[in-house]
Design a protein around this ligand. Sequence first.
Ligand SMILES: [Zn+2]
Length: 375
Amino acid sequence: MVNRAIKYRAYPTTEQEVIFAKTFGCCRKVWNLMLSDKITYYRTTGESLQTTPAMYKKDYVFLKEVDSLALANVQMNLQKAYKNCFDKKRKKRNGFPKFKSRKHTRKSYTTNNQKGTVAIVDNKYIKLPKIGLVKAVIHRQPEADWIIKSATVSQESDGTFYISILFEYEKNIVKISKSNNVIGLDYKSDGLYMDSNGNIGSNHKYYKESHKKLAREQRKLSRKVGSKKNQIKSNNYLKQLKKVNKIHRHIANQRLDNLHKLSTEIANQYDVVCVESLDMKAMSNKGFGNGKATLDNGYGLFLNMLEYKLFDKGKYFIKVDKWYPSSQLCSCCGNRKKLTLTDRVYKCDCGFKLDRDYNAAINIKNEGLRLLEVA
Ligand SMILES: [Zn+2]
């Protein structure tokens, strides 16, 4: 069995926020009560005290109001911390468990799934015990056979909420054979990639309209009072700035959606995906002409998504060395020659002729397959 956690951004209602805050507080309280009793008991008797959250519910009635599994997990964590601290065999021993202060403690709690008490509902809610449905951005769907183990609710210092869901699943490794579906991807700075079947993966067409809109609103912004240096920003300027930022966010979301869509399609369709390992920083600076396009198109992000999606399916993500001359080799006869940046077509003396990126993608695929056999 393999575990994987996915962290979702959550948008609780005001009522739900109140319950979250209560639960964070109760977890902290129970931790401190148990720790304090353990210490006192040990000092007076020399033995360790077994504590449970139930022991405190009489004196602190409010503990009854929150998710009891959250408190049970606090008990487990404290026990673990205790054990680690006294375990002499552990290489990295943690110190003695500390009391949790209101100010400096991370606001979070963990609850367990008991036959569907934690669930992703309608692709827009996360169901939690004692809370109900919490609105969330389900940017990633679990695979059909993944089982929810637990959920951890947390609040960042800026006030935003997240719910991290821990999944468990059986991992089946895809066997390597001649019948595997294999593809190679070559990076394309003016798109996203060209694959070894000659198809272009692009993320441009999806938000062309938004870019037009952005340019229009940015022009408007530049005409408002406050756009110049040292000018006091007018209300109209700030209003327009909000509009521009909203479009920026919209474009970022569109791009992310598209990268997810493309990477999911490839991970579903192919067993082995070969790519060139790229130094994105170096690429943005030189050699590829347009640094902005490189950073902008999210290829690095795309490769990350591809890697974990293939991994989850027990499939293969093969990185070809960045020095491998994928664009210089003839994918037909193996001959090597230098192309200039403006050569869009690879023409070989053997008579072979193909689009430069298409040829490179085939080379990357072949090199990836060679590496896979060696490994
Ligand atoms: Zn050739």
